[in-house]
Design a protein around this ligand. Structure first.
Ligand code: ZN
Length: 265
């Protein structure tokens, strides 16, 4: 784990990259900030989390770090020990954590719950949706630390790295670390309702678009040609043929659309 800081004093805000070692986009955003060293109006902590996995370009060494929180200093696995250190490092910080996916190119945010902070900050980020994980948060960073996660784009793509940079700057502006104003976007909010399991097979297919409603009776995926048909309507989220080992992704419901302006404007 690498920890750096911009500005003096004790940071109440943190930016985290590299929770997954095969998602380098956020690391580039942090490195760029460290090279440019912009003048900040309040201090911010910058953390590159799983350096060992990043070096090997793998998601993790022993287990998924974003399922290992709160962690344990005496654990057998690298990620459980790291989860504990990361929890201590971020204890007093509102945290912004960057990921990338195999499922969807447009950036979107993931939160544990739609808190007042999430309602205020997330519409100021260049994202197309906010996803609330509700009961699917176990072991994730935001089960321990107040965190806004963002999916910056497709894993390893140049676009994801550029998005990570734009997202970080928008977040740092929204929380008053960087000077300036942000734009507030109209933002749909989704809540995860189910995991979409996938059976063991040699080849997988997904036939639907993330965040586009799948109707009851629609064929949405296949495992070795065995078609999966929706029992009821849902919105697919984080769904891809090979993004996860045991699941295609998640089913979600659309809960609300946050307006682009608040009443106070
Ligand atoms: Zn990730």
């Amino acid at each position: 784990m690498r920890v750096a800081q911009l500005g003096s004093g004790t940071p109440e805000v943190a930016v985290v990259a590299g929770v997954h070692g095969d998602e380098p986009c956020g690391v580039r955003a942090i490195e760029r900030l460290l090279e440019e060293r912009p003048t900040v109006e309040r201090p911010v902590k910058l953390v590159v989390a799983n350096e060992e996995a990043l070096e090997r370009r793998v998601r993790f060494l022993d287990e998924d770090l974003n399922r290992a929180f709160p962690g344990d200093p005496d654990a057998q696995t690298h990620e459980k020990r790291l989860a504990h250190r990361l929890t201590e490092e971020l204890a007093d910080c509102l945290t912004f954590s960057m990921h990338s996916t195999q499922s969807h190119g447009d950036p979107f945010a993931i939160v544990n719950g739609v808190s007042a902070t999430a309602r205020d900050l997330v519409p100021q980020l260049p994202v197309t949706a906010m996803v609330e994980t509700s009961e699917f948060a176990e072991g994730r960073l935001f089960s321990e630390i107040e965190t806004i996660e963002v999916e910056c784009g497709l894993q390893g793509s140049e676009t994801a790295a550029q998005n990570a940079d734009r997202l970080t700057r928008a977040f740092l502006t929204a929380v008053g670390v960087l000077p300036g104003d942000t734009m507030r976007r109209e933002l749909p909010v989704y809540r995860l309702t189910d995991v979409i399991e996938k059976q063991t097979a040699d080849s997988y297919e997904v036939f639907v678009e993330n965040f586009t409603e799948v109707e009851a009776g629609e064929t949405f995926a296949a495992a070795d040609g065995d078609e999966q048909i929706a029992q009821e309507a849902f919105y697919p989220v984080l769904m891809s043929p090979y993004g996860y080992r045991d699941v295609f992704g998640y089913a979600a419901e659309k809960v609300e659309v946050l307006p682009s302006q608040t009443a106070a404007d």
